[in-house]
Design a protein around this ligand. Structure first.
Ligand SMILES: Nc1ncnc2c1ncn2[C@@H]1O[C@H](COP(=O)(O)OP(=O)(O)O)[C@@H](O)[C@H]1O
Ligand SMILES: [Mg+2]
Length: 247
């Protein structure tokens, strides 16, 4: 079982979209997948139309429920929902001893999955540090914009620091070029710049901009089930295959 943190401290870079659609592409390829929503904005939870779940990651982190007890099944995936109350946990964690290890502790008994993806908030907060501490790997969705490259340096430093201090297992499995615009030379230039300047793997399977990807959450579906013939669905299946090949 591999636990994979999907992180980027910037909002709107495609973290939630990657969790949902890489997750469902892997489920389509017969893998057993769990998606954990660890963002208080609960975008992943709402994107699957989950309205009032039995419990959320808030209760799991509080130790009031086990993660198994709160799982919801959608499209052959298991989902651990979030809620806005998770932001209160974030505040209460700040003063707790062992605060970086709470998520890891709560995931200890999970066994039966091939992949667990954790969708994280757009910050380098205590929730994100918990995510990195619980994970084996990191996936970084990155928009092909000049400013993304600056944020990336800080992000890679944080990952290295967590690896050094808390979690020696942690490795970066790759950077996913997201919202790639074929019509803009800029996307291509930034991608080249990225490949030249960092030693981390950059996935060959870029995720192109696709209206169907943006629409699918309103229909409570992944793009694979909402628009299976779209280039968005095609890109995520390609990415899933590349992701599996690299292991
Ligand atoms: N490849 C894409 N094509 C079109 N829209 C996209 C694509 N990827 C993400 N989006 C849209 O961009 C917005 C931000 O993406 P999201 O995955 O929520 O980012 P994050 O979780 O990093 O904040 C969402 O509205 C999403 O539907
Ligand atoms: Mg998100």
């Amino acid at each position: 079982m591999d636990i994979i943190a999907i992180i980027n401290q910037k909002g709107g870079t495609g973290k939630t979209t990657t969790a949902i659609n890489l997750g469902s592409a892997l489920a389509f390829l017969k893998k057993k997948v769990l998606l954990i929503d660890l963002d208080p904005q609960a975008n992943l939870t709402y994107s699957f139309g989950i309205q009032s779940p039995e419990g959320t990651m808030t209760e799991v982190l509080q130790g009031k429920q086990t993660i198994q007890a709160i799982l919801v099944n959608k499209e052959g995936l298991e989902i651990a929902p979030s809620s806005i109350a998770l932001s209160d946990i974030e505040i209460s964690l700040v003063s707790k001893i062992g605060r970086e290890g709470i998520l890891k502790e709560r995931l200890k008994d999970l066994k039966s999955y091939d992949f667990v993806f954790i969708d994280s908030p757009p910050s380098l907060s205590i929730l994100t540090i918990n995510t990195l501490n619980a994970a084996d790997e990191v996936l970084i969705p990155l928009q092909m914009e000049i400013l993304s490259l600056q944020g990336l340096a800080q992000l890679l430093n944080t990952v290295r620091e967590v690896k050094r201090v808390l979690n020696n297992r942690l490795r970066i499995s790759g950077i996913i070029p997201s919202m790639y615009d074929n019509r803009r030379n800029l996307s291509e230039e930034i991608l080249k710049e990225l490949e030249k300047n960092i030693k981390e793997k950059v996935f060959k399977s870029v995720i192109r901009e696709c209206v169907k990807i943006a629409e699918s959450p309103s229909f409570a579906k992944s793009v694979l089930s909402y628009a299976p013939d779209s280039h968005g669905a095609e890109d995520f299946v390609k990415l899933a295959k590349e992701f599996l090949r690299e292991r």
